[in-house]
Design a binder for this molecule. Sequence first.
Ligand SMILES: Cc1cc2nc3c(=O)[nH]c(=O)nc-3n(C[C@H](O)[C@H](O)[C@H](O)COP(=O)(O)OP(=O)(O)OC[C@H]3O[C@@H](n4cnc5c(N)ncnc54)[C@H](O)[C@@H]3O)c2cc1C
Length: 435
Amino acid sequence: MTERRAGGDARIGFDASWYYATARGVADHPALAQSVDVDVCVVGAGYTGLSAAIELGERGYRVVVLEAHRVGSGASGRNGGVLGTGQRKDQDELERWLGEDAARQMWQIAVDANNLVRDRVQRFAIDCDLKDGELTVAHKARHEASLWRYVEHLQTNYGDNTKRVVSRDEVRDMLGVESYFGGYVDSHAGHIHPLNLALGLARAATELGATIYEASPALGYRSTPDGVTVRTEAGEVRAKYLVIACNGYLGRFERGMERYQMPINNFVLATEPLGEARARGINRDDLAVVDTRFVVNYFHNSPDHRLIFGGGENYSSRFPKDMKAFVRRHMLEVYPQLEDVAIEYAWGGTLAITMRRMPHFGRRNEQVYWAQGYSGHGIAMANMGGKLVAEAIAGQAERFDLFANLKHLPFPGGRLLRWPALVAGMLYYSMLDRF
Ligand SMILES: Cc1cc2nc3c(=O)[nH]c(=O)nc-3n(C[C@H](O)[C@H](O)[C@H](O)COP(=O)(O)OP(=O)(O)OC[C@H]3O[C@@H](n4cnc5c(N)ncnc54)[C@H](O)[C@@H]3O)c2cc1C
């Protein structure tokens, strides 16, 4: 019996997205065809890898980034564009799990992660349509009060004044729909064009001295007395350090990481342009919107007044044949009034979740580091993941170790059974969304 794996090939459907159609500053990077000696070899050119390259470049390390396909062709160039605040796991849960001090440190790192993206957008002049404001809405009446309680918890215990609660009536005015209850608006979260962010980070990394090789899958690596040697089809990189930044596209590259993450496919569409008035009618303030479903719906408007809508996932080795129809179904549950609207683009991507929905950072030894498992909350935290790996390599591992010391659970079931076990669990919870 072979284990079934989700998506995981960054070549599939990368050019099908509205992001790809509106990409700015695409640069071609050659494939590796020789032997190179550097300080650090980074595998994967998504936010994690590019962020590590930026931080290491700034510190004077010689860096090579190996990318199997194209810069941003993984989740970083395909995601829903919601720049969140906080960790994927709520603070009250983190407090119960880790105690107040560690939970507080996690909160601060998440705040710093959001600011890191904002700083980079500004500092490197990355043209990625960053827009402030995220609305979190309850899709069931009983979720409304817990969202409001959470806002109060953050205000009281973390001095967080970036959120204001909104009633069901206000949500109706904001989104033009009856399907949601109340929630809250977070002024420090927002939305971005994710691929343009990735392309901007790649430009910054190369300006800081990193060399990126595309179409250069790392086939494997071996430890040497001086570090590691990473092999590609036509070349090799000899480095003192290796950073594994493959997230949902990891495959079998590093066995020690594999059992702590599960790749999952998630899907997004872009409608035809709706015109400004209609676009405002479904999202008055042009916020990023996320709901409380287990399989979350997330959406916002594009600058040319399309609805960008993410909804639905699968756990199979393939994307659905008709992705437009697959996501449209979820879109119409939220916005039945868009029945007549054409869907111009639909695409999927692969993310990695962990059992405890917190990022999984670690090291095999003093030479080999990784950061993965952002559990669908990676725009800010993958940027931070790369930064913390770089800090650790440079000898300041305190923040990296906060994550590396988390007691992550491997997915149950062993190699053969963990995949069916995950699928059964995910389908069960996604079914609860409907009742
Ligand atoms: C559809 C979708 C919607 C999402 N929405 C949001 C959202 O709205 N907000 C949010 O915060 N997060 C969201 N996420 C999650 C977020 O996109 C990810 O957490 C983040 O992009 C992870 O970045 P990364 O660099 O670690 O991984 P990736 O961007 O996936 O990059 C990994 C890279 O590694 C490369 N690679 C893999 N193996 C090799 C190898 N052997 N050799 C060379 N290269 C290799 C891949 O080709 C890929 O380019 C979403 C994810 C998806 C898929």
